[in-house]
Design a binder for this molecule. Sequence first.
Ligand code: C2O
Ligand code: CU
Length: 550
Amino acid sequence: SKIRRYKWEVKYEYKAQDCFKKLVITINGKTPGPSILAQQGDTVIVELKNGLLTENVAIHWHGIRQIGTPWSDGTEGITQCPITPGDTFMYKFVVDRAGTYLYHAHYGMQREAGLYGSIRVSVPDGVTEPFLYDYDRSIILNDWYHKTPFEQATGLSSIPFQWVGEPQSLLIQGRGRFNCSGLTYPSLEPGVCNATLPECSPYLLIVIPGKTYRLRIASLTSLSALNFEIEGHNMTVVEADGHYVEPFVVKNLNIYSGETYSVLIKADQDPSRNYWAASNVISRKPTTPTGLAILNYYPNHPRKSPPTIPPTGPVWNDSDYRLAQSNATKARQGYVHTPPLTSDRVITLLNTQNNIDGYRRWSVNNVSFTLPHTPYLIALKENITNVFDQTPPPEAYNDMENYDIYKIPVNPNATSSNGLYRLKFNSTVDIVLQNANTMSANNSETHPWHLHGHDFWVLGQGKGKFDPMNDPKEYNLVNPIMKNTVAVHTFGWTALRFIADNPGVWAFHCHIEAHFYMGMGIVLESGVEKIGKLPSSIMGCGKTKEDFRP
Ligand code: C2O
Ligand code: CU
């Protein structure tokens, strides 16, 4: 195995990803940042310089379990102190499993300013993958706002609550197209929006007729659930979150923030033209135009526009369609890791929208999560007491049997906490995520939940209220897919199982940037006593400075 070294500097720069010029966070001048390409077993070292001048930063390696390096998970407030302006921090971890992963900011709402990129881990020498392809491409899908994370966060933490609304555009591999002529801003300066800028020309996916492509499609949207489609080309789903999928063919792929998929496409259509690749908003009433890229059949001119109307995606509110595609995702034969047949503990998390003292929040079991100032990992290892709530959060909503998931919460008031769940090391834990009505009548949102430090088995997903007597009987214990991010569909539930075998402190949260910011998450601890000496570079904030142990 090799050591892969990267030297990165994060900075603010003006860029026009979707033709509209705004402040974005770049890595070495780029967004998406440089791709990390490694082989299973390699050690990745990222020397990260914070060049943001007035803002902290931290980067999370999404899907990398950080076995033996829990301090490199990059979750500010949980596993490390933030990296202050001008400082350099070293992330060092092993990529222990082949697959498609991501990295992104994990400080405040910075991710949506453009600080993200892809990680591609190839199989070890001598190992072959269970499918064939000629070329491999990574494509990150995103949604894009013209308001900065600061403006958005301020709106979210104000009375009255100010919601930023739907994104202005959808990006495919960092490029989108905002219609400048539709601008209604009162004082728009010339040069702010310009449709002829090369940086907002559509992403080109160049294909050679007859060849097969593995597309590693990932979503890092702030908000939107997306549907991705390549006009005229079916996609065969073969990987999800680093695990092989029993292949299934789709015309279009639903993808939620934090998920990665590999699909195979064959360039077997009429080669005399180009085709649209399109992303569309689903699950919320779309107001954002279709995100477009071009599938360019070589040797056609790359700028030759496809002669057709771009795909508009499936009906946005067809939740049965989305649930069916989720349920079709199973572990590939020959690569199945079977889950333990029973679990030691079941935690049920009811997802609701609430108020606390007039502020709008998201909660699980009526508890809205806040981050402590002293990261848990350091507090627990160094015995720094009283820096977070000592009462563990509830195992379930206190009156789940009588909770009506189809109604606006009867008691909309929640409490906040930064307490954590402590899991017995090596125990098997089930988490049942239950979705419900928001604060608006007849409305429920899709929440993609992401677990740090582990993969989980997706045992089941269903419509309506989870039935603890009968639904577990239908769990898939034969070939459930393992993932690190899974959707909880509107008015539905998702049940997952994992083994708490990775010593550390791990976030489990909704991957919608604003939802986590508003409290939709929990933190899990297990086996901290097994962790060796923490690097002093993660310290320096909260109570860790008084107690600093070099
Ligand atoms: Cu990709 Cu905690 O997130
Ligand atoms: Cu959410």
